[in-house]
Design a protein around this ligand. Structure first.
Ligand code: F6P
Length: 542
C-alpha cells in the first residue's frame, strides 16, 4: 500500500474532530489502547479511526515489520551499512535464551560480562574494592558521551530513590567547564573514574579521561593511578594502551549500538548506584517488553502502535516535531535520551538500498517534564499555528508517600493537558466567558479571540504503576522498539549514524588552527572571520 492511500484517508479524517470519534464509539478508550509489560498506552486521543488503524497495520505488514523484528532478535545482520547484527535485546535476555551469531551463541559471553559487572559493583559498594590509598571509593565519575552517557545518566536520575551506593556523577561535554565543576567538588583519593566509550577513540571522552588522570595524579602516585579507573568499551586494544588492566575492562560487542547500550557495561555506573539486583530488575522490565513486542498481535502491540501513531503524525499528517512530556521530574533527562535514540536512529534521508527516501525522515523530538513545561512552551502547543503531537507519561503513584496530595495534583495536570488539547475552547465559549466578566461589543470580540483554544490536537498517554527499575526498563525498551518499527516503515537503517561523522572530521581539522599551529587560509569566509573574531576576543579577555 502506498503512503498516498494513508494521506488520502487522513484528508477525509480532517473533517472529524477527535471528540466526535469518542461520541461515535463509547468503547473508544478501551479499543484505542494497548497494554503490556505493566504499562498502559492510551492512543485514543488521536485522530485515528478504525480504517486508519487498519491501513496503518497493513502498511506495517507490507513493510514486513514482524519479519524484520524476528531477524533482529535472531541476530541477523540487519545493520547493513556496517554489516552488523543488532542485539541489544540479548543484553537483557533470560538464561534460557540462545542467540547464534556467525555460528556461535553470544549469550554465555553476555552472562559472563554481567556476572563480572555484578561482582565489581557489589565489591565496590561494600568497600571490598578500595582506592590504593586504602579508603573507600565514595564517588564514581562516568566519562562518556552520547550513548555512553545519556542512558546511564537518564536512568541514574530516574531511579534516585534506589541509590544506596557511592555517589555517581556524569561528565560528557568536551567543554572543560563540566569536568572542572564535577571534579572540583570531589576528593581524588576517593574517586573512581569509569571511562565509557564503545570505540575508546571519541575525542571528547578521551580528552576528559586525560584531564581526570591529570587531576588524580595531583594526589595519587602514578604507579597506582590505574586502580582509580575502569573502562566500559569494546576496544580492548585501546583500553590496554591506555593502561587499564584487563580485569577492569567491561567489554561489549559491535552488535550493541551506542544508543542501545545502557543494558550492559555502559550501565555500570547505574549498577553501582542502585545495586546489581535492581539493575537486573530493570533488565527484567525490558525483557517483558521484548516478549510483548514479539507476541502481541496488531493493535494490542504497544511498540507497534506507538510507532504507527508516530508514523501517522509525522509521515502522514506532516507534523514535524513531537513532544515527550513525562509527568515525573526524575525523567527530566528522558527527552534528551530519546533525542539521541530517535533522531540518531531515524534522522535519515537515504533508504536501505541507497536511494533517496520519498518520505520525510523521523521527527524532531523534544520535551521537558510536566508541570514545568506548562509554564514555558505549552502556550505554543495549545495555541500556536503548528500542531505538535504530545506524548504524555505519568505514574499512578510516586515514591513520596507523604506527598500523595502533590502526586494527585501532578496527575490532574497531566490529564488536564491532554483534555485541553483535545477539547479546546470554542469562540462561543470564549465569548460567554468574557461576557460573564463584563466585556461587551468589539472589546468582547477582541478579548474572546485570544482565549480560543482550537482543540482537536492529538496526544497519547503512557501510564505506569510507579517508576521502579522494572518500569523504567519496560519504558525504555518500548521506545527502542518504537524507533525500530518506525525505521522499518521508512525503509532505512536505524542502526548507523553516518550523519555525525562530517562535523567530527572538520573539528579535528580545525583544532590545530584554533591552537595557532595551522593557518586558516583556504577555509570558507565565515569560518575564517569567526576564527579571527574569537582570536581578537581571546586576546582582549585573557
Ligand atoms: O555521536 C556519535 C556516537 O558515535 C554515538 O552514536 C555514540 O553513542 C557516541 O558517539 C559515543 O561513542 P563512543 O561510545 O564510541 O565514545
Amino acid at each position: 500500500m502506498s503512503i498516498e492511500t494513508l494521506i488520502a484517508h487522513y484528508g477525509k479524517l480532517t473533517e472529524t474532530p477527535i471528540q466526535d470519534l469518542f461520541d461515535a464509539d463509547p468503547n473508544r478508550a478501551a479499543r484505542y489502547s494497548s497494554e503490556g509489560a505493566g504499562l498502559f498506552f492510551d492512543w485514543s486521543k488521536t485522530g485515528l479511526d478504525d480504517q486508519a488503524v487498519d491501513l496503518l497495520l497493513s502498511f506495517a505488514d507490507e513493510a514486513k515489520v514482524a519479519a524484520w523484528r524476528d531477524q533482529m532478535f535472531r541476530g541477523s545482520k540487519i545493520n547493513l551499512t556496517e554489516d552488523r547484527a543488532v542485539l541489544h535485546t540479548a543484553l537483557r535476555a533470560g538464561p534460557e535464551t540462545e542467540v547464534h551469531l556467525d555460528g556461535e551463541d553470544v549469550m554465555p559471553g553476555v552472562h559472563d560480562t554481567l556476572a563480572r559487572m555484578r561482582d565489581f559493583a557489589t565489591r565496590l559498594r561494600s568497600g571490598q574494592i578500595r582506592a590504593p590509598g586504602g579508603g573507600r571509593f565514595r564517588d564514581v565519575v562516568n566519562i562518556g558521551i552520547g550513548g555512553s552517557d545519556l542512558g546511564p545518566a537518564m536512568a541514574t536520575q530516574a531511579l534516585s530513590p534506589y541509590h544506596d551506593g557511592p555517589r555517581v556523577h556524569f561528565v560528557s561535554n568536551v567543554d572543560g567547564a563540566q569536568i572542572a565543576d564535577v571534579l572540583g567538588a570531589l576528593n581524588p583519593a576517593e574517586t573512581l573514574i569509569l571511562v565509557a566509550s564503545k570505540t575508546f577513540t571519541t575525542i571528547e571522552t578521551m580528552t576528559n579521561a586525560t584531564t581526570a588522570r591529570d587531576w588524580l595524579l595531583r594526589d595519587v602516585p602514578a604507579d597506582v593511578v590505574g586502580l582509580h579507573f575502569a573502562a566500559l568499551s569494546s576496544n580492548l586494544e585501546k583500553t590496554g594502551e591506555w593502561g587499564i588492566a584487563a580485569e577492569r575492562v567491561f567489554g561489549f560487542e559491535d552488535w550493541v549500538g551506542g544508543r542501545y547500550s545502557m543494558w550492559g557495561p555502559i550501565g555500570l555506573s547505574l549498577m553501582i548506584a542502585i545495586g546489581a539486583d535492581r539493575f537486573e530488575q530493570m533488565l527484567g522490565g525490558a525483557r517483558a517488553m521484548d516478549a510483548h513486542f514479539q507476541t502481541a498481535e496488531g493493535r494490542a502491540n504497544m511498540p507497534l502502535m506507538l510507532a504507527l501513531v508516530g508514523f501517522w503524525h509525522r509521515q502522514v499528517c506532516g507534523y514535524t516535531t513531537r513532544a515527550v512530556l513525562p509527568y515525573e521530574q526524575r525523567l527530566a533527562r528522558l527527552p534528551a535520551y530519546l533525542q539521541q535514540l530517535e533522531m540518531e536512529s531515524n534522522g535519515k534521508r537515504v533508504a536501505l538500498d541507497g536511494t533517496m527516501l520519498d518520505l520525510p525522515s523521523g521527527p524532531v523530538v523534544w520535551g521537558e517534564p510536566g508541570t514545568n513545561g506548562q509554564h514555558a512552551f505549552y502556550q505554543l502547543i495549545h495555541q500556536g499555528t503548528d500542531i505538535i503531537p504530545c506524548e504524555f507519561m505519568v505514574g499512578a503513584v510516586g515514591h513520596e508517600r507523604d506527598l500523595v496530595h502533590q502526586h494527585q495534583l501532578l496527575v490532574a495536570n497531566c490529564l488536564a493537558q491532554s483534555q485541553a488539547l483535545m477539547l479546546g475552547r470554542s469562540l462561543s465559549e470564549a465569548r460567554e466567558m468574557m461576557h460573564a466578566k463584563g466585556f461587551e461589543g468589539d472589546e468582547l470580540e477582541r478579548q474572546a479571540a485570544h482565549r480560543v483554544f482550537p482543540g482537536n490536537r492529538p496526544s497519547t498517554t503512557l501510564v505506569y504503576p510507579k517508576l521502579t527499575p522494572e518500569t523504567l526498563g519496560a519504558i525504555i525498551a518500548l521506545y527502542e522498539h518504537r524507533v525500530f518499527v518506525e525505521g522499518v516503515l521508512l525503509g532505512i537503517n536505524s542502526f548507523d549514524q553516518w550523519g555525525v561523522e562530517l562535523g567530527k572530521e572538520l573539528a579535528v581539522a580545525l583544532a590545530p588552527v584554533l591552537r595557532g599551529e595551522a593557518s586558516a587560509d583556504g577555509l570558507d569566509g565565515s569560518t575564517q572571520s569567526l576564527i579571527e573574531r574569537l582570536d581578537q576576543l581571546s586576546d582582549v579577555r585573557s
